[in-house]
Ligand binder design. Structure first.
Ligand code: PRP
Ligand code: MN
Ligand code: MG
Length: 197
């Protein structure tokens, strides 16, 4: 844990090594279940670390003599405003970019399903461009009464209803530079409050 986050966290929920073991297993499963070339689509920003490690393990799995799957990589930026009543999701996806997905097997890679609003809206948008198939891998799914019921195809860990940070998950853009997935402390929320950055 870096010094700057030492007092800002109340517990380590998932240590980095445990995350990596799980990501490796998910990579193997994804390769086993794939039926052809995959477009692996990273949902920025939170999905970037899981995406990077997942793609790495898929590559290693292939070089170990496993089944080979050609990957192409896409990146989309999505920002949710789940705190607001609208639950609106801002997608940085042009029609031009969406056309890249038509007729392809897509694997969307996300860090967390919280309410599920982001993923449901993203899937609705992508499906307008008639991909061959769309699957979703999310490292985390939160057990929350605010869930809309969406469950991804591949899940790393189901976590309790707490505000978690690290491994690219942020609080006001901080904590992405933390290897472990941790629960933020009350002090951490104050220290990294938006007005104090
Ligand atoms: C977070 C997270 C998911 C989404 C989950 O992203 O990375 O994308 O919210 O929330 P939901 O299931 O309630 O919709 P955020 O909008 O904070 O953007 P970021 O990835 O850039 O941090
Ligand atoms: Mn996100
Ligand atoms: Mg965020």
């Amino acid at each position: 844990i870096p010094d700057h986050y030492e007092t800002a966290l109340s517990s380590v929920l998932i240590p980095h090594g445990v995350i990596m073991d799980r990501v490796e297993k998910l990579a193997k499963l994804i390769v086993q279940e794939s039926t052809g070339p995959l477009v692996v689509c990273c949902v920025l920003k939170g999905g970037h670390q899981f995406f990077a490690d997942l793609v790495n393990y898929i590559k290693k799995n292939v070089t170990r003599g496993g089944k080979t799957v050609p990957l192409s990589l896409e990146f989309i930026k999505v920002k949710s405003y789940s705190g607001e009543t609208s639950g609106e999701v801002k997608l940085s996806l042009t029609d031009e970019e969406c056309k890249e997905f038509s007729g392809k097997n897509i694997l969307i890679v996300e860090d967390i399903i919280d309410t599920g609003k982001t993923m449901v809206q993203l899937l609705a948008k992508l499906k307008q461009y008639s991909p061959e198939s769309v699957k979703v891998a999310s490292l985390l799914i939160k057990k929350t009464p605010l869930s809309n019921g969406y469950i991804p195809d591949y899940v790393g860990f189901a976590i309790p209803n707490a505000f978690v940070v690290g491994y690219a998950l942020d609080y006001n853009e901080y904590f992405r530079d933390l290897d472990h997935i941790c629960v933020i402390s009350e002090h951490g929320k104050e220290k990294y409050a938006v007005s104090k950055n």
